[in-house]
Design a protein around this ligand. Structure first.
Ligand code: OXD
Length: 340
């Protein structure tokens, strides 16, 4: 038997897992990796997704989705609009990413459906390296040197010391804690901001709304790693940016909607902020005419700070399906009220 939230479902070899992924190729990779780990279960790809048709014509001996009953468990990212109406008996939805905000906004998502996110699954070290790389670029003045190269200028600049770049991490969950500990090990002074008290090696965690202004004032480099919820929507606005130490930086690896873009650009143009690294945006892909593309103080990457590692992620999801089968509540289940 499988206990999922308050509900209990039968776990048997007739259980059907459906993959619903919006990116071509990803559905097939998930189908392959999950089938390998759960060979007794049927793993199909939703026909409304890019790989749906391929999975039907593929060499693997999977029953055609068209002939299958509605699924019991879904695994995916950005499912199609009619997905939940075609799978009315789903017991759990496993996100193939760390974030679930897009899923919680899906108009068809049943209110009682258990939503479970990935926890690290290989993303933590990638995210930590991405942030460390940006910090080393900042410390070593690499953006200034890139600008100098463009104008054929040869001029040595003083590097920033670790002490000159105190870091504040907004959101110290599974990924934020790893990033914080990694940066602390690299010699940076790291503070984290959380809703409630936490302990992370090498990181001073400040918590509660009252600590927010002091947390910002202690930070020169602000790294965003919080989920997008109604509480974090537009969190980083002109007032928040003003509280950072002068000539600071913003690194956003969380969600674009945490930042008021016009306020960010104004702070950069005024010289109050020295630069920003943005990996995530309100609209992705970032539209070609977005002014962020051409701002001299903004570095852009296309949501690649920690791509999902399908093998370790499928291992984790298969393990959690096993936990459900044992009647346990798997970790990573979203509190629908809180939004993460
Ligand atoms: C995300 C992810 O949630 O890529 O953004 O996992």
């Amino acid at each position: 038997m499988v206990a999922c939230a308050a509900r209990v479902i039968a776990y048997d070899p007739a259980m059907h897992i459906v993959i619903a992924h919006n990116e071509p190729g990803a559905g097939l990779a998930w189908q392959r990796e999950l089938s390998r780990r759960l060979p007794e279960l049927t793993v199909s790809i939703d026909p409304g997704c890019p790989d749906g048709a391929d999975s039907l014509s593929g060499a693997r001996a999977h029953p055609a989705s068209a002939g299958l009953p509605p699924a019991d468990i879904a695994v995916g990212w950005k499912p199609p609009a009619d997905f939940f109406s075609r799978h009315p008996r789903l017991q759990a939805f496993f996100s193939t990413g760390a974030g679930v905000d897009h899923l919680l906004r899906h108009p068809g998502l049943p209110a009682a459906l258990a939503v479970i996110r990935l926890e690290d699954a290989g993303m933590g070290p990638l995210m930590a390296d991405y942030c460390l790389h940006e910090l080393l670029r900042i410390a070593g003045r690499h953006d200034a040197y890139a600008a100098q190269q463009r104008s054929g200028q040869w001029q040595e600049l003083p590097a920033f010391t670790r002490e000159e770049l105190p870091i504040g991490i907004v959101g110290v969950g599974v990924l934020g804690a790893q990033v914080g500990a990694h940066l602390a090990r690299a010699g940076f002074t790291v503070r984290g901001f959380a809703r409630s008290a936490k302990s992370i090696d090498g990181v001073e965690v400040m918590h509660g709304e009252g600590a927010w202004p002091a947390f910002l004032a202690a930070s020169r480099v602000l790294i965003l790693l919080a989920p997008h919820t109604p509480q974090t929507d537009n969190l980083i606005d002109a007032a928040a940016l003003r509280l950072l130490q002068p000539q600071g930086w913003l690194i956003n690896v969380a969600r674009g909607a945490l930042v008021v873009e016009a306020d960010l650009i104004a702070a950069l143009d005024a010289g109050q902020l020295a630069g920003a690294t943005l990996d995530v945006f309100r609209r992705e892909p970032l539209p070609a005419d977005d002014p962020l593309w051409h701002h001299r103080a903004i570095r852009i990457t296309p949501h690649v700070s920690a791509p999902t590692q399908v093998g370790p992620s499928a291992e984790q999801v298969a393990g959690k399906i096993g936990a459900l089968a044992r009647g346990e509540r798997p970790s990573g289940q979203i509190d629908r009220q809180r939004g993460y």
